[in-house]
Design a protein around this ligand. Structure first.
Ligand code: BES
Ligand code: ZN
Ligand code: ZN
Length: 516
């Protein structure tokens, strides 16, 4: 590699993770490689019928351990058996059978992947017996979701073994078809989750607005049923996108809007996902303190999720039209950066008094939402944004905040989040918050609340000002806002991910849109 090549490591497309682990569903006969045995809490023996193909030595060892209560199979526990005649095994605790949920099963599956070490080898056989289809499916989904790490920038040892793990999953004859289908869907959707994580984890020197756009353009080239359109900096300026331009103009890496259209020929109106894509948020002139500023590379996770949803829809074969729009900018301080005190005119024509340049996500989204609502024929719009620290104060890392102008949409998103184990928690859109954001002395809207209280609610109230009405009616397009500041990365309790970007809500939105 040339010296320049070494300094600017990645030219061209960003590194991407490969396909999810291979999962092959079979009937309970042979066992290849290490046996993975999921067990309900306090099982005293193996479920009758689950022992076929098992070597007697290994079976005896497992039964002794269970009889003696040496492995209680509590949720989140695992035990490796090795050195016995008859192969190796990994016992996995599922917790109490009558308390099992889709999420507890996913977490047990994820525990398997997290526990894998050299000793387990590269081939596994997961042996299910007497279990519900949906529980087995969720377990496999958890295994797949946890099988991700971002190591593209690490030098590889000559002798490092990159072979992927192959997972044979076995169950009763009559259940194999349903389980194979579910595993196939989980793998398809996981390609979208992995993509969102790859984009989120990419370092901000390589992940900048036009780098994201190039990645999207390549995605469009690869798939016949995907159109990708970029609104570049000059076009954004001529269109009057003052929010996007104001935030992005301080950076050498100029802002842009990326528009994805899946199955563009199909008639609309269609679901529309809008993502905040700040590839690095220094705060701008209202600069942030240095500790943990590196984490602001994840400030584009709303756009990463949007792209991930598009990938998941394509991979799962979705046939209807869906739109994605991402607002990409880098928020930098410079002689050309916007200042606190500036008044900008957004694409909607509404003016905004910029009182804090660190409240930039709402500015780029103001243009994105107005453009999507007026130009792209959405049936509803859902924006995702790492918008406020206040949302992390309110909900920690356990849930994204969820605001909506439409109860049905809110309830559907909440239900989809629950189904997928990605909680979205309802938050209020009180009139008082809207009033607070629209009482600027010199502009239509202000980008900062009057005080710091309820900061995630005032941010949502700001966004609501930029949701257009439906056609000629005086009712707004159904819209929801997900503040993912606490869930996009760093959630230690999220068992589906080792570290870094989580790919949050790719699965929620895929489920919401497809019902699958
Ligand atoms: N990107 C941040 C929000 C954020 C903070 C996400 C911490 C994840 C973790 C956003 O642009 C921001 O800086 N918001 C300000 C708004 C304030 C100036 C009204 C905040 O939350 O402090
Ligand atoms: Zn900010
Ligand atoms: Zn931000």
């Amino acid at each position: 590699m040339s010296r320049v090549g070494r300094i600017f490591k990645k030219q061209g497309l960003l590194p991407q993770s490969g396909e999810p682990m291979q999962v092959i569903v079979n009937t309970n006969e042979n066992i290849n490689g290490t046996l993975v045995l999921p067990l309900w809490q306090d099982s005293k023996n193996m479920v009758a019928g689950s022992e076929s193909g098992l070597h007697r030595g290994l079976k005896t060892q497992i039964e002794t351990i269970l009889e003696d209560g040496d492995f209680k199979a509590k949720s989140g526990s695992a035990m490796t058996l090795a050195g016995t005649e008859g192969g190796k095994a990994l016992l996995v605790g599922l917790g109490k059978e009558d308390e099992a949920t889709l999420q507890s099963m996913r977490e047990s599956g994820a525990k398997v992947t997290a526990s894998l070490a050299k000793i387990h080898g590269k081939t596994l056989t997961v042996r299910f017996h007497g279990m519900e289809d949906v529980h087995m499916g969720a377990f496999v989904e958890g295994m797949i979701l946890r099988d991700y790490s971002y190591d593209h920038y690490k030098s590889k040892d000559e002798d490092s073994d990159d072979t992927e793990v192959t997972v044979n999953v076995t169950c009763e004859d009559e259940k194999t078809e349903a389980l194979a289908k579910s595993a196939e869907l989980s793998s398809a959707v996981a390609t979208g989750v992995y993509l969102a994580r790859d984009l989120g984890n990419a370092p901000p020197n390589d992940m900048y607005p036009m780098a994201f756009a190039e990645q999207a353009r390549e995605f469009g080239r690869k798939h016949d049923n995907v159109d990708v359109k970029i609104i570049n900096y000059d076009e954004a300026r001529s269109l009057g996108m003052g929010g996007l331009v104001g935030v992005g103009m301080g950076s050498y890496r100029k802002p842009c809007i990326v528009i994805f259209e899946i199955n563009p020929g199909k008639p609309g109106p269609s679901p529309c996902i809008v993502g905040k894509g700040i590839t690095f948020d220094t705060g701008g002139i209202s600069i942030k303190p240095s500790p943990s500023m590196d984490e602001m590379k994840y400030d584009m996770h709303g756009s990463a999720t949007t792209f991930g949803v598009m990938q998941a829809l394509v991979a799962s074969g979705h046939k209807d039209r869906v739109i994605g729009l991402t607002c990409m900018a880098e928020n930098m301080p410079s002689s050309n950066a916007q200042r606190p005190g500036d008044v900008i005119t957004t694409y909607s024509g509404k003016t905004v008094e910029v009182l804090n340049t660190d409240a930039e996500g709402r500015l780029v989204l103001s243009d994105g939402l107005w453009y999507a609502g007026t130009e792209l024929n959405p049936s509803y719009m859902i924006d995702l944004a790492t918008l406020t620290g206040a949302c992390v104060v309110a909900l920690g890392h356990e849930a994204s905040g969820l605001w909506s102008n439409n109860d049905e949409l809110l309830n559907n998103i909440k239900a989809a989040g629950e189904h997928c184990g990605e909680i979205a928690w309802p938050m209020p859109l009180f009139k008082a918050f809207e009033k607070e954001m629209t009482d600027s002395k010199i502009a239509d809207v202000r980008n900062l609340g009057a005080g710091r209280w309820g900061g995630s609610n005032t941010a949502a109230a700001f966004l609501k000002q930029f949701v257009p009405n439906m056609g000629d009616s005086d009712e707004q397009i159904p819209w929801a806002h997900l503040d993912i500041a606490g869930t996009a990365w760093g959630a230690k309790t999220n068992k589906m991910v080792k570290n870094g970007a989580t790919g949050i809500h790719v699965r929620t939105l895929h489920h919401l849109i497809t019902g699958l």
